[in-house]
Design a protein around this ligand. Structure first.
Ligand code: ITT
Ligand code: NA
Length: 209
């Protein structure tokens, strides 16, 4: 059974909407290493979660990157949501910036303890993700690092005054094509979102595995 590793019920809802019965939540709070990029955080987390669970795992690390703030809050999105809060982020953007463009990013990291085919992957060609995966090969020096496969999804939009009560986290202040993510149901959001795009790449690859 594939375990979707997260403490966040909103992420689980979207993963289940996409992957159905193939997946069940593993509520495990893996160690989040400090990095400016999501990929190494997800890769380390996937190794730790697989060692913990002994089953195939998929870790989901995500964040909101505001263009005019050089990507803030990015990998610190959960910390900033807990401390400043979503509404304060919205006010900061509105007051400080003329350009309110932003993007959501999601990196899914898969680990089942087995190695992957070394041939070039037809699905996941993102060089930056591949480079981060290679960098993430550093691990506990006593052991061989477990292989991890990464899938990234990105969606660009704008920060707006909060609308809607669906979704979770920063969804009410993130507008895509005229609607905020909080105004979409899980299926609609998956159709355009960072997580939906990463899940799509993962799903295509996993079906072959
Ligand atoms: P896990 O680490 O246990 O999965 P988390 O909520 O802490 O749960 P992250 O570390 O990936 O997840 O932090 C992501 C932050 O970005 C957090 O504040 C989320 O609310 C927010 N976020 C992630 N995906 C989102 C989405 O699709 N819509 C809105 N906010 C999102
Ligand atoms: Na987290």
């Amino acid at each position: 059974m594939l375990r979707y590793v997260t403490t966040n019920a909103g992420k689980v809802r979207e993963a289940e909407e996409y992957l159905g019965d193939e997946v069940s939540q593993l509520d495990f709070d893996y160690t989040e290493v400090q990095a400016s990029d999501l990929a190494p955080i997800a890769a380390y987390g996937a190794r730790e979660a697989h060692r913990h669970a002994g089953e195939p795992v998929l870790v989901d690390d995500a964040g909101l990157f505001v263009d005019g703030f050089d990507g803030f809050p990015g990998p610190y999105s959960a910390y900033v949501e807990d401390t400043l809060g979503v509404e304060a982020v919205r006010r900061l953007v509105t007051r400080e910036l003329d350009d309110v463009r932003a993007e959501f990013r999601c990196v899914l990291a898969y680990c089942d303890g087995e190695a992957f085919d070394a041939s070039p992957d037809p699905v996941d060609r993102d060089d930056r993700v591949a480079a981060a995966a290679a960098g993430a090969e550093r691990d506990d020096e006593e052991r061989e690092p477990l292989p991890v496969k990464l899938f990234e999804g990105v969606v660009r939009g704008r920060i707006v005054e909060a609308r809607g009560d669906g979704g979770f986290g920063y969804d009410p202040i993130f507008e895509y094509d005229g609607a905020t993510f909080a105004e979409m149901d899980a299926a609609e959001k998956n159709g355009v979102s960072h997580r939906g795009r990463a899940l799509e790449k993962f799903g295509e690859w996993f079906a072959e595995r």
